[in-house]
Design a protein around this ligand. Structure first.
Ligand code: DLL
Length: 437
C-alpha cells in the first residue's frame, strides 16, 4: 500500500526525538498554564512554580489531574492564559446546562488544530482533488468547523452541509460529485436507509471514504457502513477539551487510532487507583494538550476507556495507536453525537412542578439513529383521564428539555407510583442500544 503523510518528518519521527519534542512542548504548556488563575494555585500546591520545574517527561506525573468539574468551576475565564483580545474563537461542549466547558483559541491555536485535522484527512489518502461534504453539526460543537478547516488546509473542495436534511445531502452529493463525507456513524447508517427510500443508487454518487466519530461504534458497524455504501470508513476520535477532532485518527491500515503525540500526551490510568495501567491494558485515557496557548489543559481525565496497541503500525508512523473506545468511566450518554449527563435531564424535569418524583431515561435505537425517551410520573394534582392538560404538560416538558439539552426527546407521562422503583441505588437510565464494541 502507498502510504501518504502530511508531515512525514513528524509522523515518522523516531520515538526518542518525539519524546524530546514532547518535553519541550510540555514545558511551554506548563508556562502557559502558570498564567491561568486555575493552574497557578493548582500547580503551586504540587510544587511547580515555573516551567523549569519540569525536567523530564516523568515530571508530568507530579501534575494533578484536571476534570470536567474543574473546567466548570473555572468558567468562564479561569483557564484562559492569554489576553482576551488575543482570543479569536471559542467552542463549548455540547448539551451542557449551567456552566459549559469552554475552550478558547488564539489565531495560532486554530492554525495548529487545522494542521492536525489536515494530517488526519490526508493520511487516509485524500487529496485536493477530493470533494468533502461535512455532514456534521457546525456551531459550538467542534466537529463542524474543526473538519471544515482541516479539509480546506488539505485543499479539498469543502461543502459545509452540516448535519440533518438527508435529501439535501443526496442532492449535494450528486450535484458536486462528493467523494468524502464526515458524519457520526449513526447518521451514516441513517443516510444509507434514506438513500434506498429515495431511490438513490450507489452508482449515482461518487463516494469513496467517510470519517466517522464523535460517538462510540463497533467494528461491525464500521463494516456494515463500508459494505452498504462501498466506501472506506475511518475512525476519528477527539473531544472539545483537546480542541475537538484531530486528536487520534486511523490511517489507511484502519487498525487503531494514531494519537498525534507531538500535539498531545496520552496516558492510560486505572480509573479507581489513578495509577498507570500496564502497557496495552485497558483504562481511562488522560490527555495533556501540547498545541494550544490560549487554554492549556494538563492531564485531563477524558473518562474514555481504551488502551494502546503495543505493536508498531505497518504505515510507519511512530505515534502510538489507541484501540477503539469501548465506553466511559462515568455516566455520560452520547445520543446521536450529543453528550449529556442524566443529571442534566433530572435538573430540567425536577424544575417542573407538575412532575412527580420518579422518572426513567430510556435510550434506544430507532432505525439507525438513537432515540431518547423521558418517562416521568406526574403529581397527584394531574388527572390522567383528562388528555388536554396532559398533552400541554408533555409538550412543555419536551420543549424545555430540547431547549436545554439540544436533543428532541419523546416524553411519556405516567401515573404517580407506576414507574419501577429499584431497591438499592435508583436505576434512572435504560440504555438498550446494542453494545458490541
Ligand atoms: O465529539 C469531537 C469530535 C468531533 C470527535 C467530530 C470526532 C469527530 P465532544 O462533543 O467534546 O467532542 O465529545 C467528546 O465523544 O470524550 C468520547 O466519549 C466521544 N467520542 C468522540 N469520538 C469518538 C470515537 C467531539 N471515535 C466525547 N469513538 C469523547 C468513541 C468518541 N467515542
Amino acid at each position: 500500500m502507498d502510504f501518504q503523510y502530511w508531515h512525514p518528518a513528524v509522523e515518522k519521527m523516531p520515538r526518542d526525538r518525539l519524546e524530546s519534542l514532547q518535553l519541550e512542548k510540555l514545558k511551554a504548556e506548563v508556562g502557559y498554564a502558570l498564567k491561568t488563575p486555575f493552574y497557578t494555585s493548582r500547580l503551586a500546591a504540587a510544587g511547580i512554580h515555573s516551567a523549569d520545574d519540569i525536567k523530564t517527561l516523568d515530571d508530568l506525573r507530579r501534575i494533578p489531574f484536571t476534570t470536567k468539574h474543574d473546567l466548570r468551576e473555572g468558567f468562564p475565564w479561569g483557564f484562559l492564559a492569554i489576553p482576551r483580545a488575543e482570543v479569536v474563537r471559542l467552542h463549548a461542549s455540547s448539551g451542557t446546562t449551567g456552566m459549559p466547558t469552554t475552550i478558547y483559541f488564539s489565531r495560532d491555536d486554530i492554525k495548529r488544530w487545522s494542521g492536525f485535522v489536515a494530517r488526519c484527512i490526508y493520511g487516509t489518502g485524500c487529496t485536493k482533488e477530493d470533494v468533502f461534504q461535512n455532514m456534521i453539526t457546525y456551531g459550538l460543537f467542534t466537529g463542524g468547523l474543526g473538519f471544515h478547516a482541516g479539509g480546506e488546509e488539505v485543499g479539498m473542495l469543502v461543502i459545509p452541509s452540516g448535519a440533518g436534511n438527508t435529501f439535501r445531502q443526496f442532492r449535494l452529493m450528486q450535484d458536486f460529485g462528493t467523494t468524502v463525507v464526515h458524519a457520526t456513524p449513526s447518521f451514516l447508517l441513517h443516510v444509507e436507509d434514506r438513500m434506498r427510500e429515495a431511490g438513490v443508487k450507489r452508482e449515482h454518487i461518487s463516494l469513496k471514504r467517510a470519517f466517522a466519530g464523535a460517538e462510540p461504534y463497533s467494528e461491525d458497524t464500521r463494516r456494515r457502513i463500508e459494505g452498504l455504501l462501498h466506501i472506506d470508513v475511518y475512525n476519528s476520535y477527539g473531544l472539545s477539551e483537546m480542541n475537538g477532532p484531530g486528536v487520534a485518527f486511523e490511517c489507511q491500515c484502519k487498525n487503531g487510532l494514531h494519537v498525534w503525540e507531538d500535539g498531545y500526551i496520552a496516558e492510560i490510568i486505572d480509573p479507581d487507583t489513578l495509577e498507570p495501567v500496564a502497557d496495552g491494558e485497558t483504562g481511562e485515557l488522560v490527555l495533556t494538550v501540547l498545541c494550544r496557548e490560549a487554554t492549556p489543559i494538563l492531564r485531563y481525565r477524558t473518562r474514555d476507556l481504551t488502551g494502546f496497541y503495543t505493536e508498531a503500525c505497518p504505515c510507519g508512523r511512530t505515534h502510538r495507536r489507541l484501540r477503539r473506545i469501548t465506553g466511559r468511566s462515568d455516566d455520560m450518554l452520547i445520543i446521536n453525537g450529543v453528550n449529556i449527563f442524566p443529571s442534566q435531564i433530572e435538573e430540567v424535569i425536577m424544575g417542573i412542578k407538575e412532575v412527580g418524583n420518579n422518572y426513567l431515561i430510556v435510550v434506544e435505537k430507532y432505525g439507525a439513529l438513537d432515540r431518547l425517551t423521558v418517562k416521568t410520573e406526574v403529581g397527584p394534582e394531574i388527572f390522567m383521564d383528562d388528555s388536554r392538560p396532559l398533552n400541554a404538560l408533555k409538550e412543555r416538558i419536551r420543549a424545555t428539555l430540547q431547549a436545554s439539552i439540544s436533543i428532541n426527546p419523546k416524553v411519556e407521562l405516567h401515573e404517580g407510583g407506576s414507574l419501577p422503583v429499584s431497591e438499592g441505588k435508583a436505576v434512572r437510565v435504560q440504555d438498550t442500544r446494542p453494545r458490541d464494541v
